[in-house]
Unconditional design. Sequence first.
Length: 695
Amino acid sequence: MTKPNIYVSAIAVLALTACNSKNLEINDPNAPVEGTIMKVTLLETTDIHQNLLSYDYYGLKADTSLGLERTASLINAARAENPNNVLLDDGDNIQGTLLGDYQAVASPVSCSGTLALHKVTNALKYDGGGLGNHEFNYGLGFLSQITNSDFAVPGVQKGANCGAPNYPLVLSNVVGVASQKPIFNPYAIIPKTFKATKPDGSTIDVKFNVGIMGFVPPQILDWDQKNLAGKVVVNGVQESANQYVPELRNKGADLIVALSHGGLDDSPYSPKMENGSLYLTTTGIDALLLGHSHLIFPKAKEVGGPAIDGSLAKLSPTQVNTTTGMINGVPAVMAQSWGRRLGIITMVLKYTSGKWVVQKEQTNVESRGFKYTDGTTIVAADPSIAPLVATEHQATINYATQPLGTTTNFEMSAFFALVGDVSAIQIVNQAQLDYVKNFITASTDPALVALKNVPVISTSAPFKAGRNGAGDFTDVAPTATIANPVGLQVRNPGDLYTFSNNNLQAVRIKGSDLKNWLETAAKQFALIDPNLATEQDLVPSYSTIFNFDVFYAENNALKYQIDVTKAAGSRIVNLTYAGKSIADTDDFIVATNDFRAGGGGNFPGIDGSKTIIKSPDANQTIVAEYLKKQGAITAAANGSAQSWIFVKTTTNGPVILRSAPGKLAVAQALGLARVKSEGSLDASGYAKYAIDLSK
């Protein structure tokens, strides 16, 4: 079994030979001379999230809009366009679908086996990769095994001759507490032999060293506290890059690429930034590969391609060019997520004064989608991929279809969660609320006993509500039918609650905290001008949909309204509990998840300091157990308690909500009178639904 540790020795060899590179050039008749030209292409995948095949395990159906098997065809085409290429991945790969949960939790892959993901990436001959925040979801022990790594972390058994990637994984800003050293190699140098052209037109083979570094958000310490607390620390991305870029240059790297699992944020720099990638461009790197945000950067080049996300369009144009893909003069690309795109940076380098210099004016950046050839035809899947993981694929389907023994008489969906539908949210909130109330009732802890009369409420977000495209919506069909008497299945809780790594937590807050929490969630909406005659998009960006927290209390006792004609921060009105206005000093216990309770999403005052319950149980498991207990799920009892509505507003022009096409009947069945009609599709395939805010 080939191990990634071979690259440690490769770095050492390069360190010894780098100082002799000038002598090698003098003695080698094929060495580049002044003015030699070479074209190099960097290829990026990111945020695959175990979407290896074009298949939806929650819906048990094919989905041609995603899948690494189709990205493989893009990779093959890009390699044919330029043989001088380097294929890299930017992390968030091992978690995200039931395939990931099956191989990590339900039936963990053994050391003698290889993760399905790595079977595919090894077959595609990746040159290197970084990690993402979700790589830590299943714990350091599992990560050590599947990467065959020794983290030097006490209590974490190191991988030993286990199946692993056949390419180096790098992570520059995560350090072991005990060892005070990076748990992965902080960087690697990938030796390549590329074709170059001398000034006389002759072609030569050139030895070329590509240096790579990797970065994850510092927030992994909050998001995966149960797995990482006391074991690792996370340094700022800029500080880490400033440390390792000079080392890479000294060891012979001709080109340095940052694999940053973080998006773009032009706020002032902080070592704690979640999306600090912008500030890597000042550290001396030559190219930047982006991830984490599940967005496209730069703008799509194909005919009819989706528009760039509004959150990126707002960045400073003096620093970030969303058309050319240049950030402070450094080429950068983000290939969306789920294998739906391939990032491509093609650079022309000129051998000048003994080193390769990027000709920035000749650089081309593309986030290439499946329809890149003509804007219509979806690229076919690479037929060599599916057979590699056929066994794991079928085992996951078998796991997904195991019965829960529960039926539902209504459709639990998130198509219209942004205009008040709670059919897929209420059941999650009910499960969380039930768990916390029982936890407090059974507790003998004096601190919790003293809180038995404090109202318990719950919050959850519509995690699958359009963030990853027009097909990315929770949709659990009714099961109380003669045609389908089996009822709900193992796959359904995962559709209702996507993140299997979240554990339930509860926080104690004041009424003022609740108001601030709701105001932050309401930032999801655009500022609507009632006087405008032109079309206004109610939700222009789905990039932070997981921050749209919806609250619930028993008997629908919690009520609030959202005024989208007001600026963010002053939108929540008529906030009441049991018919009474909520005062700033009122006490509440909120059932949520460890991500939110620990500060995920940057909600004011929700930073881990207010946590009173840290459950060992996952939210998804809690939802599954609650469904089992209920036996039958009905719309009246479990899917129609709308805690919030819009402040009624009449607009001169149309207001639209983008959602999955063909779902108007769903809105009508829910009684959502504010959803008036279904319009045309936008460039990303969302249907535009007319929204009447006066209803």
